[in-house]
Design a protein around this ligand. Structure first.
Ligand SMILES: NC(=O)C1=CN([C@@H]2O[C@H](COP(=O)(O)OP(=O)(O)OC[C@H]3O[C@@H](n4cnc5c(N)ncnc54)[C@H](O)[C@@H]3O)[C@@H](O)[C@H]2O)[C@@H](O)CC1
Ligand SMILES: [K+]
Length: 481
């Protein structure tokens, strides 16, 4: 897994490291990384480096210092470098001196727009981890003149570093070079960062436990259950699916089918859509009610069950079976309306809740807001459940405070029935005994990969996502050999 650290953690780690290294060394390491990436981008976009025009947007702090030093390194490669000092009295003195020494130019206010408009590359050193709020009007106006690629130093200025939230004009970068550690903005708002390169400045040993985690393909591959020669259809864990209704059988078919596609073994369906499920997926053992479904090792409950008395009884029954439960859709609404239904659950029984924003608001009384990580972490603690908050970057929080952030793979998955497929996959993993937090995270990863494979740039249906699950699993397993 890849760690992500908050700006507070990074600042504390930098302070410890700074005490041990010569003054200015960290900034020069960071800036050198920026200059290397800048040269790559110039080559990519203009075919060369020498004689190209780079404009530095320089703010009041060390982020601006990085940009000025990067400008000095680029001068040595024959690049024409000009700096816009957004706060001239506070520009980093050593960085400024370095740029001057190498023949870099400091622009007068009247020249700035002409230069930014004709640059081959713009380096955003306006603000870094101490940034608060959006771009100020002068910086926003200058960025409006830019048509060249933008390389962000540490993070795209104006985007809130710890939440990725945007509340006004911000930089949209082609690429970002960050230092020492990934910060939350890089995984929570990747659209604004472009591709992100991490430069090692020697911080690793100082960082401590990461605040957030992101899955590597190896995590998905090693968590996904694979049968051994001694397994039979029961030993891998039977997934129970309580979903759909006679009038709306689709949710039942999709959730049960995803459980079938996700894992070898056995799937039981229990509910009023039994005939429809059986006719589409004859391998599913289907019965009319949860009360006579037989033994399962995990339940998926909720999609399409309705929020009335029958749905509530089904939910209460599954919660009382002392096996892990993935509660989705109508089950979440029932919990929101009748929190006592959770009394049926032994607190030690794993529960995974999978709300989208609207369901999250119903469940907790408040929308996730700007700080989605804090919101989902608090909900997981409050409900003593794994909470998977759907969104562009899906978040998965464990009651113990761990939070996973999944890589976004396009918005095509926002389609009817897609959530039913996800809950079926989570149920399949829960039945095999996976850690519920990891189960939810890797299921969301495979779900997103399936969506990406099925869509390939055009709209995709939930059935298409379902059909792509085997290929997504094959690709994940192949990535790690
Ligand atoms: N501390 C270190 O050892 C290192 C720091 N590095 C760089 O230093 C950066 C952090 O530097 P600083 O703490 O000096 O602060 P920043 O450069 O992030 O911000 C400087 C100042 O800008 C002002 N500001 C805040 N929000 C603003 C906004 N929206 N628009 C305009 N101005 C705003 C504030 O007065 C803030 O203190 C990192 O992001 C990284 O780029 C790197 O050089 C690596 C080493
Ligand atoms: K920046």
């Amino acid at each position: 897994m890849q760690g992500i650290w908050t700006t507070e953690q990074v600042r504390a780690a930098e302070t410890r490291l700074l005490a041990r290294v010569p003054e200015g060394a960290l900034m020069r390491r960071a800036a050198y990384g920026v200059a290397v990436r800048a040269a790559e981008l110039l080559t990519l976009h203009t075919g060369g480096v020498q004689g190209r025009r780079v404009v530095l947007l320089v703010g009041a702090g060390n982020n601006g210092g990085d940009a000025l030093w990067a400008g000095a390194f680029l001068r040595r490669r024959g690049v024409g470098v000009a700096a816009v000092l957004l706060n001239p009295t506070k520009a980093h003195p050593a960085g400024l001196a370095a740029l001057r020494r190498t023949g870099g130019r400091l622009l007068e206010p009247s020249e700035c727009a002409e230069w930014t408009g004709n640059a081959d590359l713009v380096i955003d050193g306006i603000v870094g981890i101490s940034g608060k709020g959006p771009l100020r009007p002068d910086a926003a106006a200058l960025l409006d003149t830019v048509s060249a690629p933008v390389l962000a130093v540490d993070l795209p200025s104006g985007v809130e570093p710890d939440t990725g939230a945007v509340d006004g004009p911000v930089v949209t970068a082609t690429s970002t070079v960050t230092f020492g550690a990934y910060k939350p903005v890089h995984v929570l708002n990747p659209q604004r960062c472009g591709d992100v390169a991490l430069v090692d400045i020697g911080l690793t040993g100082e960082l401590g436990e990461p605040a957030l985690l992101r899955l590597d393909p190896a995590d998905t591959a090693s968590t996904w259950p694979v049968p051994t020669p001694s397994d039979n259809k029961y030993t891998q864990g039977v997934t129970g699916v309580a979903a759909g209704s006679a009038a709306y059988p689709g949710a039942a078919v999709l959730a049960a089918a995803a459980a079938v596609r996700g894992k070898a073994g056995m799937v039981r369906y229990a509910g009023p859509a039994a005939d429809v499920v059986r006719s589409h997926w004859p391998e599913v053992v289907a019965t009319g009610s949860v009360f006579d479904a037989g033994r399962v090792q995990a339940w998926v409950v909720g999609p399409g069950i309705g929020t009335g008395r029958e749905g509530t009884e089904v939910l209460a029954y599954t919660l009382g079976q002392a096996v892990p439960v993935c509660a989705d859709a109508d089950a979440i609404t029932i919990i929101a309306q009748q929190p006592d239904v959770l009394d049926a659950r032994d607190p030690d029984t794993p529960l995974v809740l999978t709300p989208h924003d609207g369901e999250f608001e119903r469940l907790t009384g408040a929308a996730p807001g700007h700080d989605r990580v804090a919101a989902v972490r608090e909900a997981a603690r409050r409900f003593n459940a794994v909470v998977l908050l759907k969104g562009h970057c899906t978040l998965v929080a464990d009651p113990d405070g761990r939070v996973l952030v999944n890589k976004p793979r396009g918005a095509w998955l926002a389609t009817a029935g897609s959530g039913d497929v996800l809950s079926g996959l989570i149920g399949a993993l829960l039945a095999s005994g996976s850690d519920p937090w990891l189960a939810a995270g890797v299921a969301a990863d495979v779900h997103a990969r399936s969506g990406e494979l099925a869509a390939r740039g055009v709209p995709v249906s939930a059935s298409g996502v379902l059909a792509a699950i085997p290929q997504a699993l094959r690709e994940v397993r192949a990535l790690v050999g």
